[in-house]
Design a protein around this ligand. Structure first.
Ligand code: URA
Length: 248
């Protein structure tokens, strides 16, 4: 999460990559003389500057960050990778203003899973939040096909589910979400094994039919973000990811 490294980039790219204004808005602001670099008004946004230059937009200093952290509300049908021959990836569907080299999803959601996908170019941060030893929680809403014995399931999740292949999972939290005609649950896990939630419910004899990730660590999915949309995280939001209020 270090800041202010030197890197030569187009002015419109530097400004729009901070996620506050689009590239076309940057052009308009520049035309109006509302952008200065090192105290000089710059009207040509294709000029290249360094991330160390002092850029001021409408009187506000831009504090450029080295890395980008994006919250995407992942829709179904999109794969959590950077490259795929058949399907669109979570990086493909980012708006142009947020696209940068080296972005990748920090953790995998299945093609049919929706919700909070964190996309970044900060490998160390991704490693930290994914490492099971850090216990950064991931919270999901799961709908399953068959009713289950909830008390038994809560205990099994809390004790640590043993998957069909013998993998022993860390303790997880299960809460039933009361619903008349559907079997809905909130599940909080501290690791991210392949198809983990689906396999946890399979061990209870039921099938996950809908799955949505609603939080990573202490940061909930911004529900005002429509499926398929993305935005840059604020510094406080980023910090709240690793602020784990772990209760299990
Ligand atoms: N667990 C799953 O089974 N699928 C996901 O996409 C995420 C967690």
């Amino acid at each position: 999460m270090s800041k202010n490294v030197s890197k030569i980039e187009r002015l419109d790219k530097i400004i729009s990559s901070q996620g506050l204004v689009s590239r076309s808005e940057v052009k308009q602001l520049a035309k109006r003389g509302d952008i200065t670099v090192n105290g000089v008004v710059v009207k040509d946004t294709s000029l290249k500057f360094s991330y160390d230059d002092v850029i001021v937009v409408e009187g506000k200093r831009l504090f450029q960050t080295k890395y980008t952290y994006i919250m995407l509300n992942k829709p179904k049908g999109v794969v959590s990778s950077t490259d795929d021959k058949r399907d669109k990836t979570v990086v493909d569907i980012l708006p142009d203003d947020l696209k940068r080299k080296n972005l990748f999803p920090a953790g995998r959601l299945d093609k049919d899973t929706t919700g909070f996908c964190l996309i970044t170019d900060d490998g160390e941060f991704a490693h930290n939040i994914l490492s099971p030893s850090r216990h950064v929680t991931k919270t999901y809403i799961a709908e399953v096909s068959e009713a289950i014995d909830v008390e038994k399931a809560k205990k099994a999740f809390s004790d640590g589910v043993i998957l069909a292949d013998g993998t022993v999972l860390l303790s997880a939290l299960l809460e039933e979400i009361p619903c008349e005609d559907r079997h809905l649950f909130k599940v909080i896990i501290k690791e991210g094994k392949y198809h983990q939630i689906k396999r946890m419910f399979a061990s209870l004899g039921t099938t996950v039919i809908e799955l949505k990730r609603i939080a990573i660590g202490g940061l909930p999915l911004d529900e005002s973000l429509p499926e398929g949309s993305a935005r840059v995280l604020s510094d406080d939001e980023l910090k709240s990811i690793v602020k784990n209020d772990e209760k299990f």
